[in-house]
Design a protein around this ligand. Structure first.
Ligand SMILES: Cc1ncc(COP(=O)(O)O)c(C=O)c1O
Length: 429
């Protein structure tokens, strides 16, 4: 039995100090039951908790840790950067370096603006979509998460779904009235929305591979169809690549699928574990952003030298030959192995992986959208989650989250994880 005495003490104290004892809701383990594990330190593929237990980590700080936690080269670059100060509030050359790397890698990005989180990037991109088109309505998909800004808190996937909140109180209806929603992978629904709101839709935003409703992939033709529909209707196509950017491939999901959106949001990996976000796209659109243009958006800590440094070093590591082949190989082996283990135990499962992102649902599947994701066995997932913790594997504490691998996950880590899954599934069957 896992000893989590210290974790429990700290979390009990935290609940008096911070709402729900956490700084971000899903961390509280509400949807899997039991108390959250309090981390002490992270390194490579592992996390250690405050009771000294070690876990093979498939959350990776929710995405940034694609090179492994605390990569020595990232840490060493940060040490050097620290000596020059933590924040400039003035232009710094590191911004040019990271901007050039992003522009070179991501097909849609000709210019980029750095911010401090994925939420900020998505808020700003929505303003930009509206500023460029002069239209207000936007289409998002059920189960896609684009941060916690008011206008996106409509059918927003993981965190919100986990808490069972249909939407959040405090979000004015007038704000979400212009957020239209459609089921993921349903082009007909999008066509109908365009027809019913002719000339009023600024654009369509989506996760090109969904990670916030569990792991859901775009069906063949879906992304292509959205590209055509937006063009036909004078609307913008926006890929939210906060999760998929530099994870699905070095150029993100857009490079992998060969579909170029007009604008892209990013975060997570490009900050190498420090707070960062970014949005970018066609230069003609980006030139609307202040001070080049009239669309206001700003940030005290934006483009700060530490986040830029960690991001640059992380992208340098990812750019080395063979990294994405390695990530795809281990992740597929993990994903195939998880599914085989469940079937051996006689349990239903469906799932898959693309590059360093994977997921599974405890049902027969297929799962093509959020409605289908919600029909899976979340109670059994909660038990599986606890059983895996007991066996030294840390999975995202919600069945509506994708899993992440890293370059630090060794073949032996994958083997050990699969042994743990076989054992855990057998204990549930
Ligand atoms: C696709 C996507 N967009 C936006 C966000 C929000 O990013 P942040 O948590 O950095 O605000 C997330 C966070 O998980 C995300 O996965």
């Amino acid at each position: 039995m896992l000893n989590t005495t210290r974790s429990q003490e700290i979390f009990t104290a935290a609940q008096k100090l911070m709402p729900g004892g956490v700084s971000s809701p899903v961390r509280a383990f509400k949807s899997v039951g039991g108390q959250p594990i309090v981390f002490d330190r992270v390194k490579g593929a592992y996390a250690w908790d405050v009771d000294g237990n070690r876990y093979i980590d498939y959350v990776g700080s929710w995405g940034p840790a694609i090179c492994g936690h605390s990569h020595p080269e990232v840490i060493s670059a940060l040490h050097e950067a620290l000596e020059k100060g933590t924040s400039f509030g003035a232009p710094c050359e590191l911004e040019n370096v990271l901007a050039s790397m992003v522009i070179e890698a991501v097909p849609s990005v000709e210019m980029v603006r750095f911010v401090n989180s994925g939420t900020e990037a998505c808020m700003a991109v929505l303003r930009l979509m509206r500023a460029f088109t002069g239209r207000e309505k936007v289409i998002k998909f059920e189960g896609c998460y684009h941060g916690h800004a008011d206008m996106f808190l409509v059918k927003a996937g993981s965190g919100v779904a986990t808490l069972g909140l249909p939407d959040s109180p405090g979000v004015p209806r007038s704000v979400t009235a212009s957020t239209l929603t459609a089921p993921y992978n349903d082009l007909e629904a999008v066509k109908e929305l365009f027809a019913a709101n002719a000339g009023e839709i600024a654009g369509v935003i989506l996760e090109p591979v969904v990670g916030n409703a569990g792991f859901i992939t775009p069906e063949p033709g879906f992304l292509e169809g959205l590209r055509e529909l937006t063009k036909e209707n004078g609307a913008l196509l926006v890929f939210d690549e906060v999760m998929t950017g530099f994870r699905i491939s070095y150029g993100g999901a857009q490079a992998k699928f060969g579909i170029t959106p007009d604008l892209t949001t990013m975060g997570k990996v490009i900050g190498g574990g420090l707070p960062v976000g970014a949005y970018g796209g066609r230069a003609e659109i980006m030139r609307l952003v202040a001070p080049a243009g009239p669309m206001y958006q700003a940030g005290t800590l934006s483009g700060n030298p530490l986040a830029m440094t960690a991001g640059i070093k992380t992208l340098e590591l990812l750019k080395q030959p063979g990294t994405y082949e390695r990530l795809a190989l281990i992740t597929k082996r993990l994903s195939d192995g998880i599914q085989a283990a469940a079937r051996e135990a006689g349990l239903p499962i469906t799932g898959g992986s693309i590059s360093a992102m994977f997921g599974f649902f405890l049902c027969e599947g297929p799962v093509r959208n959020f409605e289908e994701a919600k029909a899976t066995d979340t109670v059994r997932f909660g038990k599986l989650h606890r059983a895996m913790l007991e066996r030294g594997v840390y999975l995202a504490p919600s069945s509506y989250e994708a899993g992440f691998t890293s370059l630090a996950h060794s073949d032996a880590d994958i083997d050990a994880t699969l042994v743990a899954f076989r054992d855990a599934f057998a204990s549930l069957a």
